[in-house]
Design a protein around this ligand. Structure first.
Ligand code: GAR
Length: 228
């Protein structure tokens, strides 16, 4: 494999998905290199965790900018200045404008704690409990201007158990997020999943089938052990 893809992770909070991406990026053959963590909140715990891992971590405080566009221009400049090729939103709780999303089209990923297109927005675990679904989960998708609506790269599901609370269900989903996001990033960084018009095009045998068939590979540089 030639050069690893220079990747930034954007966080607003504790950054547990960010940590799972950093850990994955250190495995042999992993195709993405996490070289920057950025947050719109200077107090985000994720920034401290990233620095402790020796990764550059910067705050671009949205409150210091007069409007969304000025904040996003500062973010875009910071990414470009470091030669970033892919951006992963990981608990980044700022809605991005179509200006930014279009600039990064096909290079901007997000993880959302539901099986999209179900339960967009916030309080997804509450929404799932209220709807009475028996399966819930998480989705990694390319970001498009419409919120939580972009083409799906990978999904994983978990059971909903009868005495689940929002907290117990969130914890079960989060554990799956930590496995799913590194898998999805590897698919994109290796070129095995690409955004083509408004669909994700997978290289033959490399689509991620989620929890039902757990991610089809452990070693990113080898051929898949199951075919799609
Ligand atoms: C994760 O559950 C992620 O899916 C969710 O925020 C949490 C961040 O946790 N993202 C969204 O809700 C985006 N709409 P983390 O900071 O520990 O990764």
């Amino acid at each position: 494999m030639t050069g690893r893809i220079r990747t930034a992770v954007l966080v607003s909070g504790r950054g547990s998905n960010m940590m799972s991406l950093i850990e994955a990026s250190r495995r042999p053959g992993y195709p993405a290199d996490i070289v920057l963590v950025a947050s719109n909140r200077p107090d985000a715990g994720g920034l401290q965790h990233a620095r402790a891992e020796g990764i550059e971590a910067i705050a671009i405080d949205h409150r210091a900018h007069p409007d969304r566009e000025s904040f996003e221009r500062a973010l875009d400049e910071a990414l470009n200045a470091r030669g970033i090729e892919l951006v992963c939103l990981a608990g980044f709780m700022r809605v991005l404008t179509s200006w930014f999303v279009t600039r990064w089209a096909g290079r901007l990923l997000n993880i959302h704690p539901s099986l999209l297109p179900l339960f967009r927005g916030i309080h997804t675990h509450r929404q799932a409990l209220e709807a009475g679904v028996l399966l819930h989960g998480c989705t990694v998708h390319f970001v498009i201007p419409e919120l939580d609506a972009g083409p799906i790269i990978a999904q994983a599901c978990v059971p909903v158990i009868s005495d689940d609370t929002e907290e117990s269900l969130a914890a079960r989903v989060l554990a799956r997020e930590h496995r799913l996001y590194p898998t999805a990033l590897a698919l994109v960084a290796s070129g095995r999943a690409r955004l083509v018009e408004d669909r994700v095009k997978f290289e033959s045998g490399w689509s991620c089938e989620g929890e039902i068939a757990s991610p089809p590979f452990d070693s990113w540089s080898e051929t898949p052990s199951t075919s799609g």
